[in-house]
Design a protein around this ligand. Structure first.
Ligand code: PRX
Length: 620
């Protein structure tokens, strides 16, 4: 569609309001962390808010092509911020609110963002996350590396709109007509919860509500070329440095709209709920763009599946009459541990289709999801895709594709998979090997931001002429595809991809550590857990204090999702004679599997026995 012009915010908002007459239809039922904390937003209201905030961005000098960093909790304003960027042709770069200051700084600098949008803080269950504090730390780290972000817009999410913050604040904006019910609920939550710490620097900080108050509810969309960038989203790379995956406007729009419609068999009276965070690709494609392009009504949930209790998901399903439900295998395995009673407390009669994404689903979890949650009435769509693919690439079509538990079944329209062996030959019939795609589809990423060479090397070099997913795959005698997991140095912990190199480099930055090697160890809920081997510098003793410091180090460098589960002191690591760490052997040690296969290239076999004897049996 090169040469064609469009605007995605126009397509997902104005078209729905003006042409399809969906202005009064609910776009989002927002459900807060705390039960009862809720808000409803129609398409018309969403359009107005997006226009207002797009005008704010324009007043702040943001122009087409500029990069905007967004670091926010799961609130409606996050959707508003992303669509406001899209409306003026700016490129959003959303950083998941669980990432550390260091990770945020790295992403802001890599994409050279001119402005940061964040919030004061949020609660995840009982835990307060001081988001503004972390955002400020990230901006300071940027400054230390000679990169200055001059503007930061902060949403007051936990603080009242007119509540003063430390430092000077602009006068509060007046709100049109506060909803008493909501205000009462907020009041209750505020009483029992300590407020966030909000550092304030009047030179760069601005309040979302003060800015938006005066702006017009109209803002003409900036027409973009089909291939103009829409957003950057960082994903782990096997070198340890995250890759800025870049998606463009119309291919991504078409692909997310079409896959949403067909894979969830969308009907206008559906209430759809995807439990992912918008900070990941699933939230970009299947909370914001795909559902809104179809004029769908969605639930936007801020909280946790286990808070205040393990029935929360099903309570929400009944409350909003959710018909299409999309979640991750790790969440299913987590809830499965509590049995069927917390599920059966709720009716769930509205459910029609269940979906999963993020990692291979084990047949046991699939059966539980299908039988207990869906009472064998609802087809399960196991959708395989990646940040890079933009949308579903291998997936059943509900009620049309006969299911096999644990298989993502067949390619979506226009996607042509193949299975290659190590020499790059295509395998026919039942086989196992590298999963690749033979031709592009509209939603495929266009480049790694600022590094097109890395894009080519990562995805197209190993097997020229194919897009390499990095996943292993098996095809059975009926032609069904079964994703077997990553075959590069990437781990999938609770559906989040992490590179072993990234965790290793965080560990070796600690002064006590000489070398580190990280491998995955199967975990009943998270899919994989992080098992870290560390070799300490001479004269340093391993103890619990050091272990705690190492854990903290990784959390600070990357974020809580990368916290090591096991750390083993390894005075020596198994290496080949050329000095390459034999991760294959380390994986066996982590799992206590003695069958090591061929170890003839091992330089010093004595280290292995020592590592087996000193294995970590309990998570740190
Ligand atoms: O290994 C595959 C796994 O998640 C990886 C992509 O991760 P990310 O870019 O973070 O995007 C996750 C959400 C789309 C893939 O390379 N993966 C994702 N979905 C499945 C899956 N593995 C098996 N089955 C799936 N349905």
């Amino acid at each position: 569609m090169e040469g064609a012009t469009t605007n995605i915010s126009y397509n997902v908002l104005d078209r729905n309001v003006h042409e399809r007459k969906l202005g009064d239809k609910v776009a989002f039922y927002w459900e807060g962390n705390e039960p009862g904390d809720e808000k409803t937003v129609t398409y018309r209201e969403l359009l107005q808010q997006v226009c207002k905030f797009a005008n704010v961005l324009k007043s702040q000098g943001v122009k087409k092509g500029d990069r905007v960093s967004i670091y926010m909790p799961m609130v409606v304003e996050l959707v508003v911020a992303m669509l406001a960027c899209a409306r003026i042709g700016a490129v959003h770069s959303i950083v998941f609110a669980g990432f550390s200051a260091e990770s945020l700084c790295e992403r802001i600098m890599d994409s050279q963002c001119c402005i940061l949008i964040t919030a004061d803080g949020f609660y995840r269950g009982d835990k307060l996350i001081n988001l503004k504090l972390i955002a400020d730390e990230a901006l300071q780290k940027c400054r230390d590396k000679s990169f200055t972000v001059e503007k930061c817009i902060m949403l007051k999410h936990l603080t009242k709109e007119d509540e003063a913050l430390s430092g000077s604040v602009s006068p509060p904006a007046k709100r049109a007509c506060p909803d008493l019910q909501q205000e009462k609920q907020k009041e209750r939550v505020r009483k029992v919860r300590p407020p966030p710490q909000v550092p304030w620097n009047p030179e760069i900080d601005m309040c979302w509500h003060s800015l938006i108050g005066e702006e017009s509810e109209e803002c003409d969309p900036v027409w973009c070329d089909s291939e103009d960038p829409l957003f950057i989203l960082y994903t782990s790379g096997s070198t340890g440095k995250p890759k800025g995956v870049l998606h463009t406007v119309s291919g991504y729009m078409l692909y997310t709209a079409a896959t949403f419609k067909m894979v969830f068999d969308y009907h206008p009276d559906d209430v759809y709920w995807c439990t992912a965070d918008i900070g990941w690709i699933t939230g970009h494609s299947y909370i914001t763009y795909g559902p809104l392009a179809n004029g769908a009504t969605s639930v936007l949930f801020e909280g946790l599946p286990t808070y205040p209790d393990v029935s929360r998901m099903w309570e929400i399903v009944d409350k909003y009459h959710v018909s299409k439900f999309y979640t991750a295998p790790t969440a299913i395995r987590l809830l499965m541990k509590y049995g069927s009673e917390p599920v059966q407390k709720y009716k769930r009669t509205s459910l029609k289709i269940l979906g999963t994404v993020g990692e291979p689903i084990n047949p046991e979890a699939w059966q539980w999801y299908y039988s207990v949650v869906g009472e064998k009435r609802c087809p399960v769509v196991d959708t395989f895709w990646q940040t890079e693919t933009g949308g579903h690439v291998m997936t059943p079509l509900p009620a049309a594709t006969p299911m096999k538990p644990g298989s993502a079944t067949f390619p979506f329209f226009g996607v042509v998979p193949a299975i290659l062996n190590e020499s790059g030959e295509e395998l026919e019939g039942p086989s196992e090997g590298y999963l690749v795609f033979k031709q592009p589809w509209p939603g495929v990423m266009r480049t790694v931001y600022g590094n097109h060479e890395r894009f080519e090397t990562t995805y197209f070099k190993k097997f020229p002429g194919y897009y390499v997913t990095g996943d292993g795959c098996r095809r059975d005698k009926d032609g069904y595809y079964w994703i077997t997991g990553r075959i590069d140095d990437m781990l999938n912990v609770s559906g989040h991809l992490l590179s072993t190199a990234e965790v290793e480099s965080a560990l070796v930055e600690h002064e006590a550590v000489a070398e580190a090697a990280v491998v995955g160890r199967p975990h009943p809920v998270k899919g994989e857990s992080l098992y870290c081997f560390v070799t300490l510098n001479d004269g340093i003793n391993y103890n619990q204090k050091l272990e705690a410091e190492l854990k903290k180090q990784v959390r600070e460098k990357i974020g809580a999702i990368a916290t090591p589960d096991y750390i083993q002191n390894a005075p020596g690591l198994p290496k080949t004679r050329s000095g390459k760490i034999m991760r294959r052997v380390l994986r066996k040690i982590a799992c206590n599997e003695r069958d090591l296969g061929d170890v003839s290239t091992l330089a010093d076999s004595s280290v292995i026995e020592h590592l087996f004897e000193n294995r970590c049996c309990t998570a740190v």
